[in-house]
Design a protein around this ligand. Structure first.
Ligand SMILES: NC(=O)c1ccc[n+]([C@@H]2O[C@H](COP(=O)([O-])OP(=O)(O)OC[C@H]3O[C@@H](n4cnc5c(N)ncnc54)[C@H](O)[C@@H]3O)[C@@H](O)[C@H]2O)c1
Length: 264
């Protein structure tokens, strides 16, 4: 979609190289309204080539960037803004850590806080500055987790980070509403993404088949099912929603046996 200044609209998707972020990029490109910029630590060339083959080179931009590095985020967003008008932000970049709470260090806490909380804030700030300067509205979707709302033994930095993402969602929604910026979040249950794959998920985190029955629907989500909710929150269909945290969890939060998640 081209704006009055002639610049085509683009959605920034952090963590867009994999899992929920990649599904969000695919969904956004398939919807056809906006182009996408993948902001990721190390976007896989094969993934980017595949997107370009399916949707066209002008619609896909891949930027190598650590979202926890505020200056790097500012530079990355400035590069995008040289040719594009940012229409939305999806903060998907993230990772997981499994460690007994008795052993956690400051570095462990930083590892998750920096990407989930600081990283989401830095990308939101950079986009919001562009919207405020241009006098245009904007929309931000953060990715939380059901882990923000139950005790998840042995994973403490993750629920801390995701609770903070939700607190940030509510505060930014109120603080930036006067500029027409909406800020919402999704809180997925277990999602069948590379983060949870054998050999990728941290030791002690259970495989998806063992946590499937913690969801009322009896299965984990596909990444595309989370992307569908994100697409709704990005769109004008959700024009009266801000500061909301939407569970997209197959009924996970209405089951109450999370202690089983503790590795035996
Ligand atoms: N998979 C699940 O079960 C699940 C459930 C609830 C919430 N989530 C959340 O969804 C989001 C996406 O997770 P996913 O399952 O798609 O994982 P994933 O590992 O498939 O994708 C995460 C992406 O984030 C990128 N990334 C990590 N740190 C980064 C950084 N500092 N800067 C830039 N990019 C960075 C990775 O390179 C990767 O491409 C995360 O925030 C995760 O916490 C996942």
């Amino acid at each position: 979609m081209t704006s009055g200044d002639g610049k085509p609209g683009i959605v920034l998707v952090t963590g867009g190289g994999s899992g929920i972020g990649l599904a969000t990029v695919e969904r956004t490109l398939a919807d056809g309204v906006h182009d996408c910029a993948i902001i990721d630590l190390n976007p896989d060339a094969a993934v980017v080539d595949d997107l370009i083959a399916r949707f066209g080179a002008t619609r896909v931009t891949a930027i190598t960037c650590n979202v926890a590095d505020r200056d790097a985020v500012t530079h990355a967003v400035d590069d995008v803004l040289a040719a594009r008008r940012i229409t939305g932000v999806v903060n998907c970049a993230g990772t997981l850590l499994a460690k007994p709470s008795l052993e956690l260090t400051l570095a462990d806490l930083h590892r998750l806080f920096d990407v989930h909380v600081a990283g989401s804030l830095f990308v939101a700030q950079a986009a919001a500055r562009s919207w405020i300067t241009a006098g245009t509205p904007g929309v931000i979707v953060n990715v939380s987790s059901v882990a923000s709302s139950f005790g998840w033994p042995g994973r403490l930095p993750y629920p801390i980070a995701k609770s903070s993402v939700e607190a940030m969602t509510r505060t930014l929604a109120v603080e930036w509403a006067r500029w027409g910026i909406r800020v919402n979040a999704v809180a997925p249950g277990s999602v069948d993404s590379p983060l949870m794959a054998e050999g990728r998920r941290p030791a002690g985190v259970k495989p998806l088949e063992e946590v499937a029955d913690r969801h009322a629907l009896g299965r984990p989500a596909a990444s595309s099912e989370i992307a569908a909710a994100i697409a709704f929150l990005l769109s004008e269909q959700s024009s009266f929603m801000t500061g909301a945290v939407v569970p997209v969890d197959g009924g996970f939060t209405i089951t109450k046996d999370s202690a089983k998640e503790l590795a035996q």
